[in-house]
Ligand binder design. Structure first.
Ligand code: GTP
Ligand code: SPV
Ligand code: MN
Length: 583
């Protein structure tokens, strides 16, 4: 067969289990991509779009009940339940292997099993991890080819080693009753069955690069985070790198590809990554980060040449569109597109659709899959195996009230506490109610592969080791006025906030002390060229002590679930905030 003996042995076992008619080893070549594309076209798994207007682009529709990550069907399978912690669904490995094993058994009869070796990381990087995904879906293979460094490059990097993540996926019947996404950190394995949606099935992404990698990072002394990475270049030519954690559908891709407003000439933003950061301490005591992915799996609705021109250019070719409107001239459309809606089209469910039918044409969590190399703002450093040095970490979430536009933590421990108590309104990226405020520490609630209390502890430990740690900030682009209107213009204008953050990293930028942290002085954020009034700015930066006191109470409830495992440093910060608020 195709690889070293440990890979061959495991693949053989899985062939025995799933009983595919045929096995295809993927090498990642262009010839292979074209062959698989032709095959997927012939079965209707994908549809070819207008190759003149959208070269290399295809459309795919998922099943109606399979449009987002299913957090309630996602499990961490550890021997001891407390290793998964109170915020994860848990199943014992025995139960999970038995339950899923029964579903996988014979599941690929009449189908082909694709063997997909993939590299998370950059060839030659000390950060790298290898996975092998077995799947019955060509859509998954074509996506993995964009999202990871797939095929020969991964097997070459693996060599004779048996250190790889064993990833098994079958769409099977797409039955939600038989859908499970199970992680086995003790075995370095992932089993996913019954889904064909992105985060559930592109196993290198959330499953490996966050859930398993967070667990590895804790054991090996590094961090796997749900963060974008960008470089901000000042007019003087100096570039500062920032990592930012925002919950799903809260603005990572948009921020990573920011285009400076016309009123900030000479500024430039470079994209390193839009979703995942792996970070470790460098010899200089700073935190260095890489983007382990090779593509973007981004939210489509709302993407246009005004909000995100770099994304629009990234998805103009070689892109897979999932769950958008199929329009006239064999092109695609979605809510928030630059073009007006087509008179008629086919919606994400494959039904005839008109703009007046009362339903959205694209699913709110419709996605594009595009190579990162196509992004006009891609950083020349994005393939640097050593990564980029991080000056600041920002945590952002959707809060209509309470959280100011930006504030700075006092130090790493305080920043960790702010991140650990971050709350956000839920979005369409996961199945379930939307707009409900929930705690989403470090934007990792659905992605932390072990006990979250230990994860907070790991953050505090990393802070102690870093002799030149990044500064930590909280941002909120989503504060609203009494009428539910966003107070802050957002998107390109977010650079104004990044500028203040960089100033602070350089010992500049004016700030006022408040009980929750340092907020910019009125006037410290450059508003030239916006129509944000100083009064609106004051509203954006306002810290309401009563609201924060209520916030503090609800944090206590949230922390209670971790019991004695919650690190002392987090409680200390909680108590210190109470002190400052009641002083
Ligand atoms: P995932 O891929 O799910 O992890 O999402 P993400 O964090 O990359 O979010 P993305 O950048 O795709 O943005 C999601 C939604 O937030 C889109 O509808 C954007 O239009 C909206 N959004 C992004 N940035 C801003 C902003 O600065 N202000 C406002 N008001 N909305 C924003
Ligand atoms: C997210 O939900 O955070 C995503 C999309 O980035 S998915 O890959 O489906 O998880
Ligand atoms: Mn994401």
């Amino acid at each position: 067969m195709g690889a070293n003996s440990s890979v061959d042995r495991w693949v053989n076992e899985m062939i025995q289990l799933c009983q595919p008619d045929k096995v295809v080893w993927c090498d990642g070549s262009v010839e292979e991509r074209d062959r698989l594309t032709t095959e997927a076209l012939s079965t209707g798994e994908i549809t070819e779009l207008n190759q003149e207007l959208l070269p290399g682009c295809y459309l795919h529709r998922t099943a109606k009940n399979d449009v987002a990550r299913t957090e309630n069907l996602t499990f961490i399978c550890t021997t001891k339940q407390e290793d998964a912690g109170p915020t994860n669904n848990w199943m014992s490995p025995e139960e999970a292997y038995a339950k899923l094993g029964a579903i996988f058994e014979g599941s690929m009869r009449g189908r082909t099993m694709y063997v997909v070796p993939f590299l998370m990381g950059i060839p030659g990087s000390p950060f790298n991890k290898i996975g092998i995904e077995l799947t019955d879906s060509i859509y998954v293979v074509l996506n993995m080819r964009i999202m990871t460094r797939m095929g020969k490059v991964a097997l070459d990097e693996l060599g004779e080693s048996d250190d790889f993540t064993k990833c098994l996926h079958a769409k099977h019947e797409l039955d939600i009753e038989k859908r499970f996404i199970c992680h086995f950190p003790e075995d370095n394995a992932i089993w996913s069955v019954g889904s064909g949606y992105g985060g559930n099935v592109l196993l290198g992404k959330k499953c490996l690069a966050l859930r398993l990698a967070s667990h590895m990072g804790r054991n090996e002394g590094w961090m796997a985070e749900h963060m974008l990475i960008l470089g901000v270049q000042r007019p003087d030519g100096k570039t500062f790198y920032i990592a930012g954690a925002f919950p799903s559908a809260c603005g990572k891709t948009n921020l990573a590809m920011l285009v400076p407003p016309a009123s900030m000439p000479g500024w430039k933003v470079w994209t390193v990554g839009d979703d995942i950061a792996w970070m470790r301490m460098g010899p200089d005591g700073r935190l260095w980060a890489i983007n382990p992915e090779a593509g973007f799996f981004g939210v489509v609705p709302g993407t246009n040449y005004k909000t995100n021109p770099n994304a629009m250019r990234s998805i103009a070719k070689n892109t897979i569109y999932t769950n958008v409107v199929h329009g006239p001239h064999n092109t695609v459309w979605w809510e928030g597109h630059d073009n007006p809606p087509p008179d008629q089209g086919t919606d994400w469910m494959g039904q005839p659709w008109t703009p007046t039918c009362g339903e959205k044409g694209a699913h709110a969590n419709a996605r594009f899959t595009a190579p990162a190399s196509q992004c006009p703002s891609i950083s020349p450093e994005w393939t640097n195996p050593q990564g980029v040095p991080i000056s600041a970490i920002i945590f952002g979430a959707r809060r209509a009230r309470v959280a100011p536009l930006v504030y700075q933590s006092h130090n790493w421990q305080h920043g960790t506490y702010i991140a650990a108590t971050m709350a956000s309104e839920t979005t369409a990226a996961a199945l379930g109610a939307q707009g409900v405020v929930r705690r989403d520490p470090m934007a990792m609630l659905p992605f932390c592969g072990y006990n979250m209390a230990d994860y907070f502890g790991h953050w505090l430990e990393m802070g102690k080791k870093l002799t030149n740690a990044p500064l930590i900030f909280r941002v909120n682009w989503f504060r609203q006025d009494e009428n539910g209107k966003f107070l802050w213009p957002g998107f390109g204008d977010n650079l104004r906030v990044l500028k203040w953050i960089i100033d602070r990293c350089n010992g500049e930028g004016e700030a006022e002390e408040t009980p929750i942290g340092s907020v910019p002085s009125i006037g410290a954020i450059d508003l030239e060229g916006t129509n944000v009034s100083p009064e609106t700015m004051a509203q954006l930066l306002h810290v309401n002590k009563d609201e924060w006191y209520d916030e503090l109470q609800s944090q206590t409830d949230w922390f209670q679930q971790f019991g004695y495992q919650l690190p002392l440093g987090i409680w200390q910060e909680h108590e210190a905030l109470k002190d400052r608020l009641t002083r």
